[in-house]
Design a binder for this molecule. Sequence first.
Ligand SMILES: [Zn+2]
Length: 153
Amino acid sequence: MINESEIRITETGRSRAAAMERFTRDLWKALTPSLMPDPRRPGWSEGYLFEVCQAGISRLAADPRSQPMASRSLFTAARSLMRAQDQLRVSQIIDAHFSRARSYFDAERGPAGTAGSTPRCAALNRKGKPCGREPIWGTPFCVSHTVRPRAAA
Ligand SMILES: [Zn+2]
């Protein structure tokens, strides 16, 4: 038995997943020109950058108010991979993209907000759908989506 409110949540979830993916890709594309080339591990920085962008956008989707903190932690995670002369540019790009994503996710919540609703994991599963499992307390992600950025190294 599926009721109407469940259908509505599913549709919101789908457009939200698409928006998260779009914001992640846009941000990643804007940042990659500033990456320092790493001949020892070709492609690694690009992959790592994508992961941290995705984690930041997921965090915003789960809680738009976390934007200043999400911006700061993405910059911290990415800065050592970036050209020294591009650091300011990188921080401005992150802020601009995160502000745009924040407005989107704020608007998506609508006037009702999510007060009283159960928090759900903000990550996407392999099919690109929101995971929806219960997040670890105090984080936007469930156990399997808790980001371990260095694990890919
Ligand atoms: Zn999850």
